[in-house]
Structures are given as structure tokens and as C-alpha cells.
Design a protein around this ligand. Structure first.
Ligand code: ADP
Ligand code: MG
Length: 445
């Protein structure tokens, strides 16, 4: 190999350098979502981007696909700067993003139409992609006639039909049930190992630790607020991988520890300029029910944990997916009922007190925790106390949240504030009027 071809061979397929992304918010400060992100994807690898909800993973994928120009930094595709949608990159979405009025065949062909591929070639390529991904026989079905798993197969076929060098997948399995998701994961890895996928590399976003360890050659662990690559791990196991292997479990444990180590830094929204409002107001709340939280606290307080548990062991005991337990642990931490450290969850003194309190005692402890640690709930209650009729519409809080997060997160956050505040009897909420009030609430709360 001479010097020039050697350089070409060593050029990564994709390179993101010193990338920063902030979203402009007219009513207040800019929201810094990505800061100094560096990612490089080589030929022939599956890379996982593992991070929490809201850490900027989808934003980074949009930048990689050339759909969004970063505020700063640059993206290189096969050594050349990217400007505009990248040829050679295709994306699979969590929500499938199919057109309901088009058949499977038509949905799959869409990608090729955009490229101006001639009709006959389009038909042939679509047929190949459809057969490859196990959709043979469903060509003329409409999305609504298909199960979730089959719909995501259509999403995959539509991405593969263009024979992209880089396949981007944004939480592609998280809208599917556990069994369907696992089938799709293993099908995809089998095709990849057999060299049947018409792609060179994969960059997949996930918040599921086990999924990343099951599928990826390399995992980039993403931090939140702002998003950046906090650590990078190689996954040294050959396919097919076994979730029950000791080494597999150990790696999952290690990643848990990495992620909870950072979680001990209380998350706060980072803004690019001086915030106009209390930024912690806009901390996204994970929708965890008070029932589940109470159950978790009770379990933790009892035998054999006695106040401290190893997260993966606790997840197994509660029959939860690893990534379902983490938000619960974080909610406990946010409320001051627990502490996450090094892959363990520990109950705090208020947490232990909660475990041993009766129903009213628990509500009072929860109310105190909300007022002390959840500024959104405290603000709702303060507003109700101050207003002459002790009522307030949810719209104003939703609007304010939407200045700091996407409408989905704003909705989840608001729903969680409603559920938690109701349980704590800090306020009531009238669904029909979309209104908070202090009706039937004791003033002394
Ligand atoms: P993830 O995919 O990791 O859940 P996202 O990239 O979707 O994270 O979002 C990261 C943060 O950026 C969130 O706080 C979200 O509310 C915000 N955000 C995403 N897209 C936009 C946008 N178009 N305008 C304003 N804020 C956005
Ligand atoms: Mg996302």
C-alpha cells in the first residue's frame, strides 16, 4: 500500500469534531444541548451511543445525517466537510415514521425515489430489501395492518434500500415489546455477521445498556446537560452474545457504575447565557409512579438489602429491565430519598423514614421532599397559594417548560408533577379543565 492509499484507508467514514449545539429560546437563555462532542466511526463497526433521555442523542444523529448544522464544530464524511443531507447515510426512527397511506413496497421505495433511481431498478432494490428483512409477502400491506415489529422492519428496509454506507438508528427497538425487540436485534446482528446488510457501519442510539452490550463493537457513554462523550468502551465479545455470560454481566455492571457515577451530580439544565428563570425549574422529570417509588423504597428497606442494593441485582429481583430501574433510582435521588453511587442504590435517612411511615406520614414526607427538591411542583403550589381563587391553568407551566425542552419532555414532566403533587396532596388537578387547584387541600400542607 503506498502512502496515499494508506491515508485514504485510515480516513474514518465519519468524523464529528468539537461539535456544539444550542437551541435558541426567545423567552430566555439558549439551551446548550451538545458541547465538545467528538465521535469517529470507522468502516465495519457498530457503534452505540448510550445516554439518558434528553442528553442530545437524537440531536447528534440529526447532525451526523446532515439534517441539522451544528452551532459550532464540524462534521466530516469520508474526509470531506458535510453541508446538507449526507448521501450515503440513512436513518431508522424509534417511531418508524412510515407513511400510512403508502403500502410497504411504496414506503420502502421512497428513499430511492428521492435519489431519482429508475423505476425498474427501484422495484428490484425494494424487493431485495423487503426479502432480506423478512417482509416477503407483505409488499402490498399498509402500515396499519402490520404489528409494531413488522412496521419497524419496513423502517429498516426503507433505510437499507439505498445501500447506505452508514446506517443510523435512533432507539429503533424501544417502541417494541420485549420479545419483538429481541427478535429484531438478533435478526439484524445475524444479517450483519453474514455480511448480508448492504452497509459498512452502524451508529445506533439507545438508552438500554444491555442492548448496547448485545449489539455494539464500541459504546460511547454520553453524559447529560450538556451531552458529551464521557467514556468509551470496547465490547470484546464475539457474536452471538449471551446475556447470561459472566463477562457480559460484568460489562453491564461496569456501565451501570459509569452512568450512576455521573448521576450523583444533580442534573441541572445548563444554559449558554445567564438564565432568565430558575433553570432547575426545567429539569425534566421522569414519569415514575408514586406506587412504584413506594414499592422500591419498601423493597430497599427490607431484607436482604437493608438500605443498599446493587442495581443490576435489584433490577433482576424486581423483574425490571436495567434501563427501567435507572429512572426510578434517579427519581429517588432527586427527591432526596436515595443516593446512586458506583452502581448501587442507597436509601437516605428520609428514605428509611418513608419506608417505615404510615400512609399519611408518607404523604407528608413526599410533600416535604417535593417542596425541597422539585422546583416545578414548588412553583405550582406557590402560584396556587398566591392566587385569589387558588386555581392555575396547566398551560402556563407547559409553555414555560417548552421553552427548555421538547414538547414530549414537557408533557412527561408536567404529567409527573401532576401525579406526584396529587399523591402528596399539595394540590388537585382537574383533567377536564386542565387546571390545578387547592380545592379540598389542607392549607397547612
Ligand atoms: P435525546 O435524543 O438524547 O433524548 P434530544 O436530542 O432529543 O435528546 O434532545 C436534547 C435536548 O434538546 C432536550 O432537552 C430537548 O428538549 C432539546 N431539543 C431537542 N430538539 C429541540 C429543538 N428543535 N428545539 C429546542 N430544543 C430542542
Ligand atoms: Mg432521542
Amino acid at each position: 500500500m503506498d502512502a496515499i492509499t494508506e491515508t485514504v484507508a485510515a480516513t474514518p467514514l465519519l468524523e464529528v469534531r468539537a461539535c456544539r449545539q444550542s437551541y435558541h429560546k426567545d423567552s430566555s437563555a439558549d439551551l446548550l444541548v451538545l458541547d465538545d462532542v467528538n465521535v469517529s466511526i470507522a468502516n465495519g463497526e457498530i457503534v452505540g451511543l448510550l445516554g439518558r433521555s434528553g442528553s442530545g442523542k437524537s440531536t447528534l444523529l440529526r447532525i451526523v445525517a446532515g439534517l441539522l448544522t451544528p452551532t459550532a464544530g464540524d462534521v466530516r464524511w469520508q474526509g470531506k466537510p458535510v453541508s446538507g443531507p449526507t448521501q450515503g447515510v440513512a436513518m431508522v426512527f424509534q417511531s418508524f415514521a412510515l407513511f400510512p397511506w403508502l403500502t410497504v413496497q411504496e414506503n420502502v421505495e421512497l428513499g430511492l425515489e428521492a435519489l431519482g433511481t429508475p423505476r425498474a431498478e427501484r422495484d428490484k432494490r425494494a424487493e431485495e430489501a423487503i426479502d432480506l428483512i423478512g417482509l416477503g409477502g407483505y409488499e402490498s400491506a399498509y402500515p396499519k395492518e402490520l404489528s409494531g415489529g413488522m412496521r419497524q422492519r419496513v423502517g429498516l428496509a426503507r433505510a437499507l434500500v439505498v445501500h447506505p454506507d452508514l446506517l443510523l438508528m435512533d432507539e429503533p427497538f424501544s417502541a417494541l415489546d420485549v420479545l419483538t425487540a429481541e427478535t429484531l436485534r438478533t435478526d439484524l446482528i445475524d444479517l450483519w455477521m453474514e455480511g448480508k446488510l448492504p452497509i459498512k457501519s452502524v451508529l445506533m442510539v439507545t438508552h438500554n445498556i444491555e442492548e448496547a452490550v448485545l449489539m455494539c463493537d464500541r459504546i460511547l457513554v454520553f453524559s447529560s446537560n450538556p451531552g458529551r462523550v464521557a467514556s468509551e468502551l470496547r465490547v470484546p465479545f464475539a457474536h452471538p452474545r449471551n446475556r447470561h455470560d459472566a463477562a457480559f454481566r460484568q460489562l453491564v455492571d461496569d456501565i451501570y457504575a459509569l452512568m450512576t457515577r455521573r448521576a450523583t451530580v444533580i442534573p441541572k439544565a445548563t444554559t449558554a447565557a445567564t438564565p432568565a428563570v430558575d433553570v432547575t425549574f426545567a429539569t425534566p422529570l421522569q414519569p415514575v409512579s408514586t406506587n412504584l417509588l413506594a414499592g422500591l423504597i419498601e423493597t430497599m428497606a427490607g431484607h436482604p438489602y437493608d438500605g443498599r442494593a446493587d442495581l443490576p441485582a435489584l433490577a433482576a429481583a424486581l423483574q425490571l429491565e436495567a434501563d427501567e430501574l435507572l429512572p426510578m433510582g434517579e427519581a429517588l435521588q432527586l427527591l432526596g430519598f436515595g443516593v446512586l453511587e458506583e452502581g448501587d442504590l442507597k436509601l437516605s435517612e428520609p428514605g428509611k423514614e418513608f419506608a417505615h411511615a404510615d400512609t399519611d406520614g408518607r404523604k407528608a414526607l413526599f410533600a416535604a421532599a417535593l417542596r425541597a427538591h422539585v422546583p416545578l411542583v414548588a412553583a405550582i403550589r406557590r402560584t396556587l397559594d398566591e392566587r385569589w381563587n387558588h386555581r392555575a391553568s396547566a398551560v402556563r407551566f407547559r409553555d414555560e417548560l417548552e421553552d427548555h425542552m421538547s414538547p414530549d419532555y414537557a408533557e412527561d414532566t408536567l404529567r409527573t408533577a401532576i401525579a406526584w403533587g396529587r399523591y402528596a396532596e399539595l394540590y388537585t388537578y382537574d383533567e377536564e379543565a386542565a387546571q390545578f387547584s387547592l380545592e379540598d387541600i389542607e392549607a397547612a400542607a
